[in-house]
Design a protein around this ligand. Structure first.
Ligand SMILES: Cc1ncc(COP(=O)(O)O)c(C=O)c1O
Length: 379
């Protein structure tokens, strides 16, 4: 690889050799489609996908039938809106109250915000404390509650179990939806402890490949209609709309929610990435090192606490895109801008920030060199 200092794990993680090898091995030696063929090779792939699903289920303390493969967190969050807003059966969430928060990434909040227009939903905000953490006290009553388990700007783990429990006290039927895209990188997830209805994360942020995500559904059979239609999710079709007597019978979950060919290669790599992540979580002492060194520089304003999983900061008299370009030209990759999280930036009163995030490949020497570059650019 080129000689860059890659401090952008929170955008996407670099891939361990073991993941790359597993994918190449599958492509070269075992490739076939899954869920369609009966030849021995197809049966082997079916088995590999079933084992991968089981591994993912164990990783978050769920059952395999609660695990749906998606193309990422964004896909999952958009699909959840369509699944709970079941237009096929006419259930819908019209005129309901949806609670979101200023910690949300655009992909978690926008699909729900748009219900305001199309389904006359009321959108309310989850309260935050002075440190920008979600708080259980004074939680408004909601029918749907979107919870960002860890903001990609603030990097602090939220009390998901407490928030879910409090929301349920106000409304036992509340549907709770957790965005765990950042949380999963740094923490073990136990969906049973959280007791949430849905949870999403992206494979690429934990060292697996792009184009794959996980959508956990607590009660997959509760949601009557799938949101996507095609091969692999239909058990039986009788008649057709042409004959005015169409009737479908869906497969059971999770197949019901997995229309079309799955991203097989990426799925094969995911359990390998999970194993690697479990043994090689990002070393957050590097974040503390970055915090301790950069907080001494009077030109830098750090907005994340020292024990955050990220270091987010800005330089008051320098445009964040200029800063990003200057450090990038010196070989330091970090994220700059609004991080697809404009609401938290609005709450902070700034347009954009710079973010350093670490993965298994970063060393203390890297962190020191990253600080040298930042100090040099703003001196
Ligand atoms: C907190 C959070 N939610 C959702 C997403 C969207 O993930 P993806 O782009 O993989 O769908 C991200 C990506 O940065 C994120 O940080």
């Amino acid at each position: 690889m080129d000689n860059v200092l890659y401090f952008d794990a929170a955008a996407s993680a670099l891939k361990p050799e073991t993941v790359i090898r597993a994918e190449v091995d599958f492509l070269q030696n075992a490739y076939a489609n899954a869920g369609r063929g009966i030849c021995p090779r197809a049966a082997v792939v079916d088995d590999m996908i079933a084992r991968a699903r089981g591994d993912v289920a164990r990783f978050i303390n769920a059952r395999p039938d609660q695990i749906v493969f998606t193309s990422g967190t964004t896909d999952g969050m958009n699909r959840i809106v369509n699944i709970i807003n079941d237009r096929v059966c006419g259930a819908g969430i019209k005129n309901k109250t949806v609670m979101v928060s200023d910690l949300d990434h655009h992909s978690a909040r926008l699909p729900f915000e748009l219900l305001y227009d199309s389904d006359s939903c009321k959108i309310v905000l989850c309260p935050m404390d002075k440190e920008y953490n979600l708080v259980c006290s004074d939680l408004p009553r909601a029918d749907v509650f979107v919870i960002t388990a860890m903001s990609n700007v603030m990097g602090c783990a939220q009390d998901v179990a407490g928030l879910v429990a409090t929301a349920r006290k106000k409304n036992p039927d509340v549907i709770t939806v957790v965005d765990a895209a950042q949380y999963v990188v740094h923490n073990e997830i136990d969906v049973q402890k959280w007791d949430c209805d849905f949870m999403c994360f992206s494979a690429h942020k934990i060292g697996a490949d792009t184009g794959l995500g996980i959508m956990y559904i607590k009660n997959p059979e509760r949601w009557i209609s799938p949101d996507k239609f095609g091969g692999g999710m239909i058990a039986k079709i009788t008649g057709s709309a042409v004959e005015h007597n169409v009737a479908f019978q869906w497969e059971n979950a999770p197949a019901k929610f997995e229309a079309g060919t799955l991203p097989l290669t990426q799925i094969i790599g995911l359990p390998v990435a999970i194993d690697y992540l479990s043994a090689n979580r990002p070393n957050l002492d590097l974040i503390k090192y970055l915090y301790d060194r950069l907080s001494k520089n009077p030109r830098i304003r750090i907005i994340t606490p020292r024990d955050s999983a990220l270091l987010t900061f800005y330089i008051p008299d320098m445009h964040v895109l200029d800063f990003g370009a200057l450090v990038g030209a010196r070989g330091l990759c970090l994220r700059v801008g609004n991080m697809c999280a404009s609401w938290i930036h609005k709450a902070l009163g700034i347009d954009g920030t710079a973010r350093l995030s670490v993965g298994w490949w970063n060393s203390i020497d890297d962190a020191s060199r990253a600080c040298d570059i930042i100090e040099d650019v703003i001196k």
